[in-house]
Write a protein that binds this ligand. Structure first.
Ligand code: C2E
Ligand code: CA
Ligand code: CA
Ligand code: CA
Length: 280
């Protein structure tokens, strides 16, 4: 049967076949991952550059595959998008983040905020997503500001995504809105004014080589000035060195996130990192 298949699809190279089989297997594994409790949410600290305090975190999903070990979201989010599984998986991450925010706001810091990634596909496929997430917060008695959603620039430019209405639902609920990977997409500065956005996240590619790359220095500084003029706060992503941190602080960037502070970690490790004395 395999040979017959090969002959019929002779344009299908062996490499493509291997890749297709891998995706097929991973897809069937992905279907049972949520009921099988194979996902974990890790949290990466976001530091206030003025005080050096951890005041926010980004929720990042991990798949602890029973045979393959930990699988990066880069290797399964697109599969989840293609199969529609991104909707229940995304809801699960959101609810985890809300419960985590509840615990950490209560135990450690009353204004702690956790941000959650929203894939464009998720927003487009699921017209009720924003209403459902807002309702969940209300039902749980959690203030909107306890979470923020991270969206990419591309989404704001898609007329068919009805993004205006959707973001308004979040806005009314008080949920924070961040533009992720800023500067890498089809940037249109007009949307920064049109939509009511709270945070601009400077993509890691601009933060790299900050100490030697004068173009990146100019770009980072310009993004901070632009964002502040429009009333947005700035989070720099991928901060790995003290030099990068110092430069960003000097140009007035508000928050920083990156391996300099910590990789994304499970909740118990996060507590030791963020509130070492309180966690004892
Ligand atoms: P992202 O939203 O841009 O998340 C930041 C990524 O950069 C994370 O990768 C993080 O571990 C990594 N990172 C953080 N600091 C540094 C640094 O200093 N240096 C370097 N080189 N990398 C750093 P991760 O966790 O593998 O996630 C990859 C992407 O997968 C995310 O990119 C996001 O687009 C997506 N993703 C992760 N979790 C979710 C989720 O729950 N839902 C959706 N829809 N997408 C998710
Ligand atoms: Ca993100
Ligand atoms: Ca990002
Ligand atoms: Ca990025």
């Amino acid at each position: 049967a395999k040979n017959a298949g090969r002959n019929r699809f002779s344009y299908f190279t062996p490499d493509m076949q291997v890749e297709a089989e891998r995706r097929l297997r991973l897809t069937s594994d992905l279907r049972i991952a949520l009921p099988g409790k194979q996902f974990q949410v890790c949290y990466q600290p976001i530091v206030d550059l003025a005080t050096g305090q951890i005041c926010k975190a980004e929720a990042l999903i991990r798949w602890l595959h029973p045979e393959r070990g930990t699988i990066s979201p880069l290797d399964f989010i697109s599969l989840a998008e293609d199969t529609g599984l991104i909707v229940p998986i995304g809801d699960w991450v959101f609810r985890q983040a809300v419960q985590q925010a509840r615990q950490w706001r209560g135990q450690f810091h009353p204004s702690f905020q956790i941000s959650v990634n929203m894939s464009p596909v998720q927003v487009r496929q699921d017209s009720l997503l924003c209403a459902r997430w807002s309702d969940y917060l209300a039902r749980e008695g959690m203030p909107g500001q306890s979470v923020a959603v991270e969206i990419t620039e591309g989404l704001l430019l898609q007329a068919e995504s009805k993004i205006d209405e959707k973001l308004l639902t979040f806005r009314r609920a008080g949920i924070g809105i961040s533009i992720d990977d800023f500067g890498t997409g089809y940037s249109s500065l007009a949307y920064l004014k049109r939509f009511d956005i709270d945070y601009l996240k400077i993509d890691r590619s601009f933060v790299q080589n900050l100490s030697v790359d004068e173009d990146n220095q100019a770009l980072c500084e310009a993004m901070v000035v632009l964002a502040h003029k429009l009333g947005l706060k700035v989070i720099a992503e991928g901060v790995e060195t003290a030099e990068q941190r110092d430069f960003l602080k000097a140009v007035g960037c508000d928050f920083a996130q990156g391996f300099l502070y910590s990789m994304p970690v499970p909740p118990d490790e996060f507590e030791l990192l963020a509130w070492p004395r309180l966690a004892e």
